[in-house]
Ligand binder design. Structure first.
Ligand code: IMP
Ligand code: MG
Length: 176
């Protein structure tokens, strides 16, 4: 079955403006600190790339592979976390955890807890999108780009069966 974009929900221009504003806000809040930005692969790769270019702080960049979704469109609640082979030092660091979308909340909640358990000095979270109506664990992102209703979206890093991550906008798919 082949899928196609039904509707653009958030345009490239709207994304650029919002991500720049988030970067300014984060830069102001973390002023004087050095931060370790940790992006969750693979969904956060575009948001992370855009966001860090708007941070006027000393920034170290790291990625974590983390999956709770598989090929389904509903979150399972089980989160597997895999650090790079030679991970950045976590202990004592001020961390900004970056993800594409905050949905049930299991992913960011679990990763944040693991980073704190590894001795992070602080962990703040930035989610490009937020679907608050889907939350299964009480969790709020410190920074979020856009709040959306409970619709499955693709683009700007987000996939459906590993496709559509490269779209420069956020879209709804026909038939999903
Ligand atoms: P959760 O907050 O633990 O449910 O997981 C969030 C993760 O689920 C995100 O990082 C995405 O990978 C995935 N996800 C949730 N909603 C969507 C969606 O609408 N499109 C694509 N991926 C999604
Ligand atoms: Mg993801």
């Amino acid at each position: 079955m082949s899928y196609e974009v039904e509707k653009i929900l958030i345009t490239e221009q709207a994304i650029a403006g919002r991500v720049a504003a988030m970067g300014r806000q984060i830069s102001a809040d973390f002023e004087g600190q050095e931060i370790l930005c940790i992006g969750l692969l693979r969904g956060a790769f575009l948001f992370m790339a855009d966001l860090v270019r708007h941070l006027s702080l000393p920034v170290e960049v790291e990625f974590i592979r983390c999956s709770s979704y598989g090929k389904a469109t509903k979150s399972s609640g089980e989160v597997e976390i895999e650090f790079a082979r030679k991970p950045a030092t976590i202990a004592g660091r001020h961390i900004l955890l970056v993800d594409d979308i905050l949905d049930a909340g299991h992913t960011l909640h679990a990763v944040k807890e693991q980073l704190l358990a590894r001795g992070a000095a602080s962990v703040r979270t930035a989610a490009f999108l937020d679907k608050p109506s889907r939350r299964q664990v009480p969790f709020q992102a410190d920074y979020r780009g856009f709040e959306i209703e409970d619709r499955f979206v693709v683009g700007y890093g987000m996939d459906f069966e590993e496709r559509f991550r490269n779209l420069p906008y956020v879209a709804l798919l026909r038939g999903v």
